[in-house]
Design a protein around this ligand. Structure first.
Ligand code: BGC
Length: 526
């Protein structure tokens, strides 16, 4: 299999493309959509461990944390409190279906702008909240923003990027997610110290910064040629293609986009089309990746790190501090992924991380099982530091694998005709399972105790086996050539790629169209 930055493997074409400033700047601007998502993920954990916030909105929980009569693992177990965190995800997963429509009909750029506006409104509601209702309305608005942004941004990045660095540029989205989480952790660390009891307002209000950045970014970027051509703006699409590729020689890529958009236009019902047999492999992969990404258990750490560390007996300040450390590890390890994803490939990163995540979770479970009892805060300093190190080991491997690739792979594997609908299912399933974890984690912690880490490690094992056998490698393959060069050559998925009739096992010769060498080598896909 071809590696690094050389021509793509398998005898296909490599379109001429320079790495132009306009592509880099557009990607940086669009990726700020991730900043907002990350900030929302990160901010709730810190805010919900601030006494003034709890006292105002969740007095019952506040009482519990004061009395200290509940088990260590159970003091934050409250459905309303979990609803505060998770309402955002419910709103987001609903919004993404509207976003699918706007991404297709209005373009990637306008959809990002809509997201920015939702973010600004949500932030205003949250920072000014007088009661629980205002707080939840704000979270719902932010959720709508997440639904629109996570729909448009990954697709925008995958479409605008030159093939050979598509993975790296797409991961700018996830890099921003992690920066957003870290920024939120740092802000919480500072605002928790504000004496007057209004620190949480600053935490929620500072979301205005990423919201503003995305809105401005969306005003300045150009839309992708794929989207322009899909919407019938052929000349503009071609002009943009020349600008972003830094060459006048764009005819081959242009023709491929026109062909993809012709096929896309024939599709009248994108969601129904998604269910067709030949779209099944991408759909299964996209859905499975989202479920798996959330069942790594990452958000148990991200949302509730301060709460979790508190539970482990770290004390208020130390726990936020630990959350900041995991946040920093998350950012740095994502950069590793940007560098390696187009060189070593997607599969390698996921498989290596599987081993690392599995081991760290099992060891965490063992230590907590032995050391943390229900009513004592006696995790000795040495062990506490060791737990933080293990959590960092886990977070780092997530950050160069499931974190970014959960967003990258679905955005690059669907053909143009189902890309918007496919991405919307991706976002929906992701947010649904984020919601499930957010809503259930504190109760699960209360019931499973340390066993929660064993639960997640079991899932990590399952997902690694899935990757090993069922996930094809997509590095260095042009985005509109996936069907011919990835799906039609996979030992299992090729059975679904029947162009002419929907017959189980009947495989037609896909190589006719592109003239690519379709010799199948199972080892190259495994
Ligand atoms: C996931 C989020 C998670 C974040 C952590 C993202 O890829 O979708 O749910 O909180 O990574 O960095």
């Amino acid at each position: 299999m071809a590696g690094g930055f050389g021509p793509t493997g398998g005898g296909g074409t490599e379109f001429e493309a320079k790495i132009t400033p306009i592509v880099i700047i557009s990607c940086i601007m669009a990726a700020t959509g991730g900043l907002m998502f990350g900030y929302d993920v990160g901010v709730s954990g810190g805010v919900t461990s601030m006494p003034a916030f709890l006292k105002k909105f969740f007095p019952v929980v506040y009482e519990k944390t004061q009395e200290d009569k509940d088990s260590n693992y159970c003091k934050y177990d409250n459905q309303n409190l979990q609803l505060f965190t998770s309402s955002l995800y419910l709103a987001g997963l609903t919004a993404t279906f509207f976003a699918s429509y706007t991404t297709r009909k209005l373009g990637r750029r306008l959809t990002m702008l809509i997201a920015g506006v939702f973010f600004i409104i949500g932030t205003a509601f949250n920072a000014a909240a007088q009661d629980l209702a205002m707080l939840i309305v704000g979270r719902i608005m932010l959720g709508c923003g997440v639904g629109f942004a996570n729909q448009a941004v990954p697709v925008f990045l995958s479409e605008i990027a030159p093939t050979r660095i598509r993975g790296g540029l797409n991961i700018l989205f996830q890099l921003n997610v992690t920066i957003g989480i870290l920024f939120a952790n740092l802000v919480n660390y500072g605002t928790a110290k504000i004496k007057g009891g209004w620190g949480w307002r600053v935490s929620l209000g500072l979301a205005g910064i990423p919201a503003g950045l995305l809105t401005l970014g969306a005003l300045f970027v150009v839309d992708t040629p794929n989207s322009l051509i899909e919407r019938g703006h052929l000349d503009e699409g071609k002009a943009v293609l020349k600008r972003i590729r830094g060459t006048d020689n764009v005819e081959p890529e242009y023709l491929e986009l026109v062909e993809a958009s012709r096929v896309a236009k024939e599709v009248k019902h994108p969601f129904r089309n998604l269910l067709k047999r030949r779209n099944r492999p991408q759909l299964i992969i996209a859905v499975a990746l989202q479920i798996f990404q959330q069942f790594t258990g990452i958000n148990a750490i991200m949302f509730y790190a301060p709460v979790l560390f508190n539970t482990l007996g770290f004390g208020g300040d130390a726990s936020l501090y630990s959350a900041v450390i995991t946040g920093a590890v998350n950012v740095l390890s994502t950069i590793v992924s940007i560098y390696s994803v187009d060189k070593v490939g997607r599969r390698m990163l996921l498989l290596e991380a599987g081993v690392q995540m599995f081991l760290s979770q099992v060891v965490i479970a063992i230590i907590l099982g032995i050391k943390v009892k229900d009513h004592s805060d006696n995790l000795e300093k040495g062990f506490a530091v060791f737990v933080v190190v293990l959590v960092c080991t886990f977070v780092s491997s997530f950050a160069w694998s499931w974190g970014p690739l959960g967003w990258l792979i679905p955005s690059e594997t669907f053909p143009l005709e189902t890309r918007s609908a496919g991405q919307s299912v991706t976002v929906c399933v992701n947010l649904l399972f984020t919601f499930v974890i957010a809503q259930a984690f504190l109760s699960m912690l209360c019931h499973f105790k340390f066993g929660i880490f064993l639960f997640f490690s079991g899932w990590v094992f399952i997902m690694s086996v899935f990757v090993l056998f069922l996930l094809p490698e997509t590095k260095n393959i042009p985005i509109e050539e996936m069907t011919e060069r990835v799906w039609k050559r996979h030992w299992l998925w090729k059975r679904f790629m029947d162009d002419d009739y929907d017959n189980v096992g009947a495989v037609t010769n896909g190589e006719k169209k592109n003239g690519v060498n379709n010799g199948f080598d199972p080892s190259s896909q495994l």
